[in-house]
Ligand binder design. Structure first.
Ligand SMILES: [Zn+2]
Length: 374
């Protein structure tokens, strides 16, 4: 499987061929979710590789490549908002899948992350030693700034100064979803590259190649393949035709299905295992799912109303046969009270365990109504 998406290959070859890289600053621009970050990342790695292959891709084996993969290359600086740094570092092995999508959806994430959503002037000033002192073995240095439009005004001005007096042997790669938000003076000092977006067919093919492997039994391979195709089309449309974003939606949808599966079967409900399974996900998202689920349980018990999970009516009905409306209301109240704490939990795992242990009591509320401490 080729690492570079098909729709980027011509661009890659063009860049490698026509000497564009002698420029001291590039601006890769285009809509979110089409793989710009991946492209910039591969470009940086290839330029720092001692023995790139015939198509100029990094070898993946030299010392430079090793450093790069360990995030410790002395000649590479990645400048991203704090909130994004966490996501990028945690995705090292699979940066391909959802890096851009995470960046795109980060505005929906917790308050904790909102505080670090800008690139600050300190981050840009912190580059001084890096760009103006001699690098490792006097080699080429690369600064990757992503997403460039998140630089605040002071940071933009500090970068502008550097672009006005470009340090030697240094390439700035700016990646932007909204390049019109950059200072015009920054834009004009960069070689601007409009990153290609895939057509639908290419996007679907790319998604299907990366579709998570699952073992499904009792169904024909052809039928599975047809389902996937349809599903891929649906997600692609949902994502505004950005395949990276579409795949990350798939992750969330699958996770959501597993979550629903877990919370709707009393016999197999295991609060500790569920807390373990959900701890990779943003805590506020999990609480949101649970609130919506309990809201529907309550609505169904009160007057057969289902708002958030219209396709799961039958399942909701079967859960509701085992629980009590008053307990459901009590649990919802408990959840609502806990929800603000989910933004700053002392221990996320314990927080989830407590929430699910209490939910387990709700699932057994047919015979006696539990009280939930708020
Ligand atoms: Zn290499």
């Amino acid at each position: 499987m080729d690492l570079l998406p098909a729709w980027q290959q011509n661009m890659w070859e063009r860049l490698m061929r026509d000497g564009t890289l002698r420029s001291h600053a590039l601006l890769l621009k285009g809509r979110p979710g089409i793989g710009k970050y991946l492209f910039a990342h591969m470009l940086a790695k290839s330029l720092l590789c001692a023995t790139p292959d015939t198509r100029s891709f990094a070898c993946g084996q030299c010392v430079g490549c090793n450093w790069f993969e360990q995030h410790s290359h002395p000649n590479f600086a990645l400048i991203v908002p704090d909130a994004l740094a966490v996501i990028l570092i945690s995705q090292t092995s699979d940066a391909y899948r959802s890096t851009e999508a995470s960046a795109v959806s980060s505005s929906d994430q917790s308050a904790k992350q909102r505080t670090g959503q800008q690139i600050t002037v300190d981050q840009i000033r912190g580059l001084n030693d890096f760009v103006y002192l001699t690098g490792h073995q006097a080699g080429y240095k690369i600064v990757l700034i992503y997403p460039a439009e998140t630089m605040n005004t002071a940071a933009s001005n500090a970068l502008l100064k550097k672009l006005e007096e470009p340090p030697e042997n240094t390439l700035f790669i700016l990646v932007s979803h909204q390049s019109q938000r950059l200072l015009p003076t920054i834009r004009s000092r960069c070689l601007q590259i409009a990153m290609p977006a895939p057509d639908i067919e290419m996007a679907i093919e790319w998604m299907l190649q990366r579709w998570p492997q699952r073992t499904e039994t009792g169904r024909q391979i052809d039928a599975q393949q047809r389902d996937k195709q349809q599903y891929a089309h649906k997600l692609l449309a949902l994502s505004g035709f950005s395949p990276f974003t579409a795949l990350s939606l798939l992750d969330a949808i699958e996770q959501h299905q597993q979550f629903i599966e877990a919370v709707s079967t009393r016999a197999r409900f295991d609060p500790l295992a569920l807390a373990g399974a959900m701890q990779k996900q943003e805590l506020t998202v999990t609480i949101d799912w649970l609130q919506k689920w309990c809201y529907d349980l309550t609505g169904f018990l009160a007057d057969k109303r289902v708002r958030y999970h219209p396709d799961l009516q039958a399942r909701i009905q079967s859960v509701c046969q085992q629980i009590n409306l008053q307990a459901c209301l009590g649990y919802l109240q408990f959840l609502n009270a806990r929800q603000p704490l989910s933004r700053h939990p002392v221990n996320p795992r314990l927080f989830l365990e407590e929430i699910f242990i209490q939910y387990g009591r709700l699932l057994a509320s047919e015979s006696s109504v539990p009280e939930f401490d708020e």
